[in-house]
Ligand binder design. Structure first.
Ligand SMILES: Nc1ncnc2c1ncn2[C@@H]1O[C@H](COP(=O)(O)OP(=O)(O)O)[C@@H](O)[C@H]1O
Ligand SMILES: [Mg+2]
Length: 226
């Protein structure tokens, strides 16, 4: 059976100040459905670049990426948007919540784009938003604006938003980077629970203690895994 993620000989090259920089060079990666994989690497090693490619926020310079057996380089922009909306959840270091919306409305945002049959009905969407907020322990804060929440609570809202459409893949880019260590551990517990209840989790971090929580750790150096 195909793995959820199959990446072969992936290259990503940026042009900067007239010169080409190879950020990823010949990278291979295979992630099975249900895994929790941590990717470690120094700052600037290409961790965020790789997550962007896995989430199809960006296209590689060369190489192949198959998701659940589907060759992603064959998809047009519309199909890629559908993939991002239905199959991927993102969690970022700095939360990326919309300040003018309540926690609840932030969590509901993905339904502007997601188009799964189980979410056609507005009542089902409301129920999914409530369930996601409960899942991260924030049901009682649903009406709060992000600026009235602590950092850990903001990341919980961001996680609820990332999982509300039940994507198969959850991508987390330094999700504890802006949190104190106790709060960071709680957020990791939550991500691990979400992984156990269905989503494949790929998390990038420069922090060894964070990476140890994963089933498997990979280290990115010179554009590929050691
Ligand atoms: N859009 C871009 N244009 C040019 N260079 C970029 C771009 N994004 C990232 N880079 C460069 O690619 C390298 C890897 O960046 P990044 O993936 O953000 O690393 P990490 O997340 O591991 O810190 C860095 O040298 C960075 O400057
Ligand atoms: Mg980064």
């Amino acid at each position: 059976m195909a793995a959820l993620i199959e990446v072969e000989r992936l290259d990503k090259r940026y042009r900067m100040a007239g010169r080409e920089v190879d950020v990823l060079a010949g990278l291979d990666l295979r992630v099975e459905a249900g895994e929790f994989v941590a990717i470690r690497g120094a700052s600037g090693s290409g961790k965020s670049t790789l997550l962007h490619l896995l989430g199809c926020l960006d296209r590689p310079s060369a190489g192949s990426y198959r998701f659940a057996g589907q060759a992603m380089d064959r998809l047009d922009d519309e199909a890629l948007s559908r993939f991002r909306a239905n199959d991927v959840g993102f969690v970022f270091q700095s939360f990326h919540l919309l300040a003018e919306l309540s926690a609840r409305d932030n969590v509901a945002l993905p339904f502007l784009y997601a188009e799964k049959p189980e979410f056609r009905d507005p009542d089902r969407i409301d129920a999914a938003v409530d369930a996601a907020l409960d899942r991260v322990g924030l049901g009682h804060r649903a009406g709060h604006a992000p600026n009235r929440l602590s950092g850990g609570e903001m990341q919980r809202v961001a996680i609820a938003r990332a999982v509300v459409t039940r994507p198969r893949l959850l991508l987390a880019d330094e999700p504890t980077g802006n949190l104190d260590s106790a709060t960071g551990r709680e957020i990791l517990d939550l991500l691990a629970t979400i992984n156990q209840t269905g989503a494949t989790l790929v998390l990038v971090t420069h922090d060894e203690a964070v990476a140890r929580r994963a089933h498997r750790q990979l280290e990115l150096r010179d554009g590929r895994f050691l």
